[in-house]
Design a protein around this ligand. Sequence first.
Ligand code: AMP
Length: 229
Amino acid sequence: MNRDIFIFLGPPGSGKGSLSQRCVEKLGWQQLSTGNLCRDHIARETEIGTQIDFFIKSGKLISDSLILGMVQEWLAEKAAQGSQGSVIFDGFPRAVSQAHALHELLAEFKDMQLYPIRLVLSDEEVIYRLLARSICQNNSCQRVYSLHKQSAHQPAQEMICDECGSPLVRRFDDEETAIHERLRSHHEHEQSLLDFYHEVGQPVVELNARAPLNEVYNELITKIGHPRE
Ligand code: AMP
């Protein structure tokens, strides 16, 4: 079994989470979403959750040390379970300091190959999508819908998940001020992250994130040369 690590880079709302879910379902990969880990801490009202609540809601990045702690804990848990196979890092690393830390962390695992994947989407499309995004509140489902009337991703029943029947919720940080902060932070760090992977000789695969999810998935599979399912 290979031990590839796919790093999903891209602005908020570019479909990193949905593409991750598709890869989990079709290919049996595992998803590590640092955003989900953060939201889980908040929901469980842990000490970390209390510390990061304000940052998440206002769209600001939280500290590298907290994020790295969560990533290390997740990796240790998976190792203890003996789990193997490809892993998607969804939303991590988000800054070049995190990319350095990840590189050091993985240096000891010689069998792991990193694939940075960049989902490309314009700011206008990000804002349009996020202002109408709703998500299934069931943690094991988390399907994403659009509340735009003309969207093909509207739920059949208002604010109810088509897949599992749970209520849909809007994320606190999917409001205008937080969206702008998240985009600002994305642009602040994006180029240095791309430069980092260029310097370490890791080609970045680009995907057109404006396309429907099926097409984005097919583009990913074709570009990394992986069997479709
Ligand atoms: P996401 O679900 O990936 O959109 O992340 C939601 C929020 O979690 C972000 O706006 C940050 O506040 C926080 N977060 C997630 N991943 C990171 C990371 N790698 N570094 C810093 N903050 C993060």
